[in-house]
Design a protein around this ligand. Structure first.
Ligand code: UD1
Length: 430
């Protein structure tokens, strides 16, 4: 079993390059099958979730050629089936984007029910409501969702909750429907905008992405394109907190500072120094950080995907902090692991009450999901002594070269596979 072994203690200092946004990449990869012409996608993060989606695309006859580590050429001219039931696809959330993409192009699609991180019940009713509003007959049975339509036609759709997944999915299908679709109460996340920009570069007509009303004029066909994915807001945010929690000083390169404003604001509030440049951001934490209150909200609010990282940082900051999770109901599973490292956190419903402690101690811990796993890595980077983290497969779903990037900043972290590797690491770090 692969694990991370980490010796805490060093402030992280230096430069780190942020990759392409995973959550944008998943929507964009799915959208790339909506044309018969070749599509080149650049700045694609090389993480497990994108690899799984590519495999699913290939399982129905899409050709995906890797031009280099972060560039693929997708050719979906010869798609031979509309059913995706590949064993792996159930593990990722974004499998549902194939439904919107295939429904749009072929008016028929069948995809295994999505999995992903276990952070709450994660219903998909808004996706299905949207497809039905476009005229599709949607059925869920035996672990599969199927959607079919003789003629997909535009409609006025009001989302009951702000959802990134359903907004993107409906946008995909509506792009190739006849007539106009209006999505109200749409999600405004940067990756929603990136998927819209990608579709527009293929000839779609989508306006308003990034606001809460998206207007789509259906087009008959989409054409090929070359497109570069935006930088990953959450990977960048994670390194911002890595600087904060380790009292380090990191230049985070290849970011869009605007996408990071809610994160920067909280870091400044708790005592960090932030310098913004065109496409990079420097975060330094010269002194002990202080408490704050934070509530996760849809963009431009503080992202739920950064909740474990800020809570972990606040667990070492002075005073009492309150973190409220308003998007997913089961996103505090990592708290038990942090308590084992010495954190003083009480969870009541969707709120964590955090009494800052002076230090953590290294422990054997497990990553309960992707972002919580990254937060536990941050905890281990400052803990006294050695920590070993299990279930790193979650972390690898969304962070490319995480140990390598941290090592370049001065961290002592290695991916290990055996007791021998662990002993070697311990000898090396002394
Ligand atoms: C996406 C991201 C995930 C991030 C989340 C919120 C991907 C692959 N994942 O997840 O990293 O944490 O956005 O920014 O992009 N909901 C419904 N019905 C639906 C759909 C959602 O009630 O049909 C609810 C969810 O339970 C949740 C809220 O809406 O409470 C937001 O979910 P959503 O934005 O859809 O999250 P995902 O797209 O699953």
């Amino acid at each position: 079993m692969e694990q991370y072994i980490i010796k805490g203690g060093s402030p992280l200092v230096g430069e780190v390059e942020i990759g392409g946004a995973k959550n944008a990449a998943l929507g964009i990869l799915a959208a790339s099958v909506m044309t018969t012409e070749p599509v080149i996608i650049e700045n694609l993060p090389d993480v497990r979730d994108t690899a799984v989606l590519i495999q699913a695309m290939e399982s129905i006859g899409t050709r995906v050629e890797r031009l280099d580590r972060h560039t693929v050429r997708v050719n979906a001219a010869n798609i031979s089936g509309y059913t995706i039931d590949d064993g792996y696809i159930k593990k990722i959330r974004a499998s549902y984007y194939m439904l919107g993409a295939l429904l749009g192009r072929f008016k028929t699609a069948e995809v295994a029910l999505p999995g992903g991180c276990n952070i709450g019940s994660r219903p998909i009713d808004q996706h299905l409501k949207g497809f039905r509003a476009l005229g599709a007959k949607v059925e869920v049975s035996r672990g599969m969702i199927s959607a079919k339509s003789e003629n997909l036609s535009g409609n006025h759709i009001y989302m009951d909750v702000v959802t990134v997944g359903a907004t993107i999915n409906i946008m995909l299908a509506a792009t190739l429907a006849t007539g106009k679709t209006i999505i109200e109460n749409a999600a405004k996340e940067p990756h929603v905008v990136d998927v819209a920009n990608f579709l527009n570069s293929m000839g779609a007509s989508i306006k308003g992405a990034g606001t809460d009303v998206i207007r789509i004029k259906g087009v008959e066909r989409l054409h090929g394109t070359t497109y570069s994915i935006i930088p990953d807001q959450i990977e960048a945010g994670t390194f911002m907190f890595a600087a904060a929690i380790t009292k380090g000083d990191i230049m985070i390169k290849n970011v869009i500072p605007k996408h990071l404003e809610s994160i920067s604001a909280k870091l400044i509030e708790i005592g960090c120094e932030i310098e913004e440049f065109d496409d990079c951001l420097r975060v330094a934490a010269p002194r002990r950080l202080t408490n704050t209150h934070v509530k996760t909200l849809p963009y431009p609010g503080f992202p739920t995907d950064m909740q474990p990282q800020i809570a972990t940082t606040l667990a070492l900051s002075e005073g009492t902090s309150i973190v409220t999770e308003s998007i997913f109901e089961n996103r505090f599973k990592y708290v038990g692991e942090l308590q084992r490292m010495g954190a003083n956190i009480k969870v009541e419903g969707n709120t964590a009450i955090i009494e800052g402690v002076d230090s953590f101690t290294g422990a054997g811990i497990s990553a309960p999901d992707l972002r919580a796993g990254a937060a536990l890595v941050l905890a281990a980077l400052v803990a006294d002594g050695i920590s070993i983290i299990d279930d790193i497969v979650y972390i690898e779903r969304g962070y490319e070269d995480f140990p390598e990037k941290l090592t370049a900043l001065g961290a002592s972290i290695e991916k290990v596979e055996s007791e021998r590797d662990i002993q070697k690491f311990k000898l090396k770090v002394g």
